[in-house]
Design a protein around this ligand. Structure first.
Ligand code: ADP
Ligand code: MG
Length: 688
């Protein structure tokens, strides 16, 4: 009895949703049937076949059906159920188990539960069996009461969805609402779009998403919708790529004498990988089309030098080049280094940060030059004329919009974005599908080894002694603490407190302090002192996380290391091991061996390669979490599995390419419905 509900139908039109429920759904941001049907179950229960109570608990969650034989208040404390430490206990009998096994469910601080339960009632409980006192019990299980004669309802004898009850609508009611919506859904709930995704028809897939006949059917349904999301994303990537290619590009390089001069003046040779990357960039810049290239390389692989070579190519051809870095400290560092290397080549370099506005209008006259800066480059007249090349350092710290803002001008400059691989290889295709990729593999030779070790509070003295030894040998030390000041929270120690401690521990050593809230000039001065080895220890927040390069620093102590993500720890560790000396990354933690957090740190301890670490991070936290904050484009992703599935991404890409090849602007009647994938807010979110 299919109805005519569409995915786009407003929830108001669903007569089976009660006014109060509607209000709750709308408050949770749901507007249309689509939002309801893409509310994914948190998990499923197979209610055709319950687990059986067994006194040898494995610790895994189980789903049991039982009858309440007794319910009441238990525990110590005052009479009348009000005292502390009292709880509600329901004794259930699992009638399916041999010998009518009994077990308890416990609820603390939830007096309402006692009123809901009574002896004789049947219920379904889901949770882990754990020893409580002498018995195995379930504490705060998910549960549902079974009503009389319900055996063939939507709640029993099938695989049922369990939603997270965040909206305040009981799970059972949500299940009924979703069921009803599926019943009344038109057989072609949104034919225009779904037509382009082969496989299970949309309506069937939606049903299988909520009430699957089998786990396989559910997976197939998920895969189908994953492909759909992937198609939308790849369609955008391919569209962007085509658009960028269509813009008449400029030739921004013709000869490489400056690069040769620079190379000759360096105390080291460019690595093979660096030379290859420069060649790839040179080829793009010589061509009369715009370059859109990603330079991907682990921390410390020497990306800055490759970028500098690219900028010199542009300068030699009479263009100027701009490099944007995410922090003032980093912009400043690049600026100083470039000055040092370029002054003898007679190439002008300027710095633009929010604090340095005095150079209100940058001009290099007819000849080219280089500008290094922060976000400040995006505003005012901070960008020079005849802009031929834009380099974005640590591009994952910027949004796509910021990148575009710098690039969008009458004559589109060539673009080089750089990243220290916060994402694994499989994802490069997904998110940088519109860019050509140069990979800077390996790190330059002549570097000391980096050793990583986990240490706890009881090792503190040994750590301090080790620091003293390293200082004695002339090396420098970073100490990173998560917080700036104020009260110490459970999250970690404040840098200011840490500073006082180190000053007391090392009275004859110069210790510097750096954090994001310091005035720019002060930051500048502190970094300068550390760079020139006037301070030996730098106590800092994570402002040193990206890009900072002081080769004489050999020790990185990270306090409360368990609070950082794997990739962030790797970035911090990337600050050392940049010189010839052996380096040491010390992860201080309150975690204990065997803890989840200890295991996480152990991964960092045993994995030195950034790519591998990124893969592990994904496995540990899932793509949503790993990519969530930096890749704003992922907010709309519901079916995370596709992010890791190279085959699916490939399929999505093929579909997208085929569609755009046939109709590049999606103008034909057939493809017009897809246009909204490129333009609508929702899909833009999906597509970066
Ligand atoms: P990242 O890729 O993390 O941005 P950097 O560009 O900061 O790395 O380079 C790290 C360090 O390696 C710098 O001190 C840089 O001078 C040095 N370096 C770069 N290329 C080479 C090379 N070919 N040989 C030796 N050292 C190099
Ligand atoms: Mg860098």
């Amino acid at each position: 009895m299919a109805g005519n509900l569409l995915l786009t139908s407003p929830l108001e039109t669903c007569s089976f949703i009660r006014p109060k429920e509607l209000a709750a759904m709308q408050a949770a941001g749901m507007a249309a049937v689509r939002d309801l049907l893409f509310m994914l179950p948190r998990r499923y229960e197979d209610r055709r076949m319950f687990d059986r109570y067994d006194s040898l608990s494995s610790g895994a969650p189980v789903c049991l059906r039982g009858r309440v034989v007794d319910v009441g208040w238990k525990g110590w404390g005052g009479k009348g159920g009000k005292g502390r430490g009292r709880y509600v206990e329901a004794v259930l009998e699992d009638e399916q188990s041999l010998g009518n096994a009994r077990f308890s469910c416990l609820w603390f601080s939830m007096p309402g539960i006692a009123r809901m339960l009574c002896a004789g009632q049947e219920m379904i409980v889901y949770g882990r069996m754990k020893p409580y006192g002498k018995k195995l019990s379930m504490v705060h299980p998910d549960f549902e009461l079974i009503r009389e004669g319900e055996d063939n309802s939507i709640h029993l004898n099938r695989i049922v969805p369990v939603y997270s009850g965040r909206m305040g609508i009981p799970v059972r009611r949500l299940r009924e609402i979703v069921w009803e919506a599926l019943e009344q859904l038109s057989p072609e709930p949104e034919p225009e779009i779904y037509e382009f995704v082969p496989g299970v028809p949309c309506k069937t897939a939606l049903r299988d998403l909520h009430f699957p006949g089998s786990a396989e059917a559910r997976d197939k349904a998920r895969r189908r919708f994953a492909l759909e999301e992937c198609l939308a994303q790849q369609l955008n990537v391919a569209y962007r790529r085509r658009r960028a290619e269509a813009v008449p590009g400029m030739q921004t390089a013709s000869s490489s004498l400056l690069v040769r001069d620079l190379a000759a003046s360096l105390p080291f040779e460019l690595t093979e990988a660096q030379k290859r990357c420069v060649r790839e960039i040179y080829r793009d810049m010589k061509a009369r089309r715009s370059m859109n290239r990603l330079l991907q390389g682990d921390v410390g692989s020497g990306k800055t030098l490759v970028a500098l070579c690219a900028m010199l190519l542009a300068v030699e051809h009479g263009y100027s080049a701009v490099m944007m870095a995410p922090t003032q400290i980093l912009a400043e560092q690049h600026y100083l280094k470039f000055r040092q290397m370029l002054d003898k080549l007679d190439v002008p370099v300027s710095l633009v940060t929010a604090e340095r506005k005095e150079e209100s209008h940058i001009s290099f006259g007819g000849q080219g030059g280089i500008v290094v800066g922060t976000h400040a480059l995006l505003y005012g007249k901070n960008v020079p004329e005849r802009l031929g090349l834009v380099v974005i350092d640590e591009q994952h710290k910027f949004g796509v919009n910021q990148r575009e803002k710098l690039i969008a001008r009458e004559e589109r400059p060539d673009v080089l974005v750089m990243t220290a691989t916060p994402i694994p290889r499989t994802l490069t295709l997904t998110f940088y599908g519109d860019l050509d990729v140069s990979i800077l593999d390996g790190v330059p030779g002549g570097r000391g080894k980096v050793v990583t070790a986990i240490r706890t509070a009881k090792d503190r003295e040994k750590v301090v002694k080790f620091v003293r030894d390293q200082l004695e040998e002339g090396r420098q030390i970073y100490v990173v603490s998560p917080l700036i000041d104020g009260e110490e929270s459970r999250k970690g120690k404040a840098v200011t407190k840490e500073l006082d401690e180190w000053k007391a521990l090392l009275p004859h050593v110069d210790v510097g302090l750096l954090h994001g809230r310091m005035p720019a000039e002060e930051k500048e001065a502190v970094m300068k002192d550390f760079r020139n080895n006037r301070t030996s220890v730098l106590v800092s927040t994570t402002v040193v996380e990206v890009g900072v390069d002081v080769p004489n620093a050999t020790v990185m102590i990270i306090n409360n290391a368990e609070n950082f993500g794997l990739s962030q720890l790797h970035q911090l560790r990337g600050r050392i091991g940049r010189g010839a000396h052996k380096s040491y990354c010390i992860l201080m933690t309150e975690a204990q061996p065997g803890d989840e957090q200890w295991e996480k740190l152990h991964i960092v301890e045993t994995t030195s390669n950034g790519f591998d670490l990124a893969e592990q991070d994904l496995k540990l936290r899932g793509p949503g979490d790993v990519l969530g904050t930096s890749q704003s484009g992922l907010k709309g992703v519901r079916f995370e599995e596709w992010l890791l599935d190279a085959r699916l991404i490939h399929r999505g890409r093929e579909l997208a390419e085929a569609i755009l090849t046939e109709d590049p602007d999606l103008k034909s009647a057939k493809y017009r419905p897809l246009r909204f994938l490129l333009e609508s807010g929702e899909m833009k979110r999906v597509a970066n």
